[in-house]
Design a protein around this ligand. Structure first.
Ligand code: CA
Length: 317
C-alpha cells in the first residue's frame, strides 16, 4: 500500500483509457500504480470463467457480426451460450450504448478500433498480475466480482465454487492474501463465507433495489442494523457513490450522508464505486477534487476508479 493507505482499485482496469476488462487495460492500470485490479467473472458454455462485466456480449464485442444467428429471443447474445474457443475469436471494443453503435463514454478509446483486444480468462488475468508482481517486486492484488450468481445457477452453472477453487489453486486463500471477493447478492456473500469456507477478504456490494442486480434488499442492508448483519460475514462494503454524498439545497455543495461513519461503526471498510473523470458526482469540478473530498471528509478506505493514474495523483497531493 502507498500514500495514505487508501486503496486504488482499477475498475475493469484502466478503463478510462482502454476497452474495459482487456489485459491491455489491466497492464496499464498496473503501471499507473493501482493497488488492486478488478475482475468481473462470467461462465462460458463450457464452464470456463472469463472476465467480462455483462452476462451479454453485444455492448463490448463484435458478436453480432461474427455469430449473427446466436442471439436469444430477447435479441441479446449471452456469454453462457458460447464456448471459450468461440469467445476467443471475438474482437473486444470500447463499450457501446443500447443502440449498439454510440460509445457510452465519447472521450474514451475509439470504439471499433484496436482489433487485437480479446476476452481474457480469469486464469490468464491471475497469471498476468502474478507475473508482473514477480518482475516488478510490487504486490498488486485482484478484486474479483461474482456476477449474477442466481442467474448463473438457473443457467446450470455454480460460479462461486469454480472461482474459489481457481483462487485457491493460485495461492489466494486467507485474509492476508492479495485478493478480495465481491458480490451484490447478499445470500451468495453469506454462502461463500459460511458454506463454501471462503477465508479471503469479502466485500458486500450495495446497489439500489430497482437496478435488478439481485433480490437483495439494499434499503435494509444500508441501515445500521443491516450493516451490522453484513459485518457478521463480510469485511467491507462497496457502496455506490450516490449512497455517500448528497448536495446541499442552498448552494449545491457536496454533503455527507453519514453512510461511511455508519459502516465504520459496524466495523466495515468502505470502497465506493465509481470515480470517473468523465462522470463526476454533482458538486465537484474535477476528479482530483472529488477524490480528495471523499478521502478527507468521509475517510473512505479505498475507491474504484476508471482512472488509476488520476487517483494516484490525487492521493499524493
Ligand atoms: Ca464489478
Amino acid at each position: 500500500m502507498a500514500d495514505n493507505d487508501v486503496l486504488i482499485i482499477a475498475h475493469r482496469g484502466a478503463s478510462g483509457y482502454l476497452p474495459e476488462h482487456t489485459l491491455e487495460a489491466k497492464v496499464l492500470a498496473y503501471g499507473m500504480g493501482a493497488d488492486y485490479l478488478e475482475q468481473d467473472v462470467i461462465a462460458t458454455r463450457d464452464d470456463q470463467l472469463v472476465v467480462l462485466h455483462d452476462i451479454y456480449l453485444d455492448r463490448v464485442t463484435n458478436v453480432a457480426e461474427k455469430y449473427p444467428h446466436r442471439k436469444r429471443d430477447d435479441g441479446r447474445y449471452y456469454v453462457r451460450d458460447f464456448d471459450l474457443r468461440e469467445l476467443k475469436a471475438l474482437r473486444v471494443w470500447e463499450r457501446r450504448g443500447d443502440d449498439g453503435i454510440s460509445p457510452v463514454f465519447p472521450k474514451r478509446f475509439p470504439t471499433g478500433q484496436g482489433g487485437a483486444f480479446r476476452i481474457p480468462t480469469m486464469r490468464e488475468e491471475i497469471k498476468l498480475v502474478q507475473g508482473l508482481n514477480k518482475s516488478t517486486g510490487r504486490s498488486v492484488g485482484i478484486y474479483v466480482e461474482i456476477k449474477r450468481p442466481a442467474w448463473h445457477q438457473a443457467e446450470g452453472v455454480d460460479v462461486s465454487p469454480l472461482l474459489l477453487q481457481l483462487l485457491d489453486d493460485s495461492g489466494y486463500r486467507t485474509r492476508d492474501d492479495l485478493a478480495y471477493v465481491q458480490c451484490f447478492d447478499a445470500r451468495e456473500v453469506r454462502r461463500i463465507r459460511h458454506d463454501l469456507g471462503c477465508e479471503l477478504k469479502i466485500v458486500q456490494l450495495l446497489g439500489e433495489n430497482d437496478w435488478g442486480e439481485s433480490d437483495t434488499d439494499y434499503d435494509q442492508l444500508k441501515t445500521p442494523a443491516g450493516l451490522r448483519d453484513v459485518a457478521a460475514t463480510a469485511d467491507g462494503v462497496g457502496p455506490w457513490i450516490g449512497h455517500l454524498v448528497k448536495t446541499a439545497e442552498i448552494d449545491g455543495r457536496p454533503v455527507s450522508t453519514g453512510f461511511v461513519s455508519a459502516a465504520h461503526d459496524a466495523g466495515l471498510t468502505v470502497h465506493p464505486y465509481t470515480f470517473r473523470a468523465d462522470q463526476l458526482a454533482p458538486g465537484f469540478d474535477s476528479l482530483q477534487e472529488m477524490i480528495q473530498w471523499f478521502v478527507d471528509e468521509l475517510a473512505i478506505d479505498g475507491l474504484f476508479t476508471d482512472f488509476p493514474d488520476l487517483a494516484r495523483m490525487a492521493l499524493r497531493s
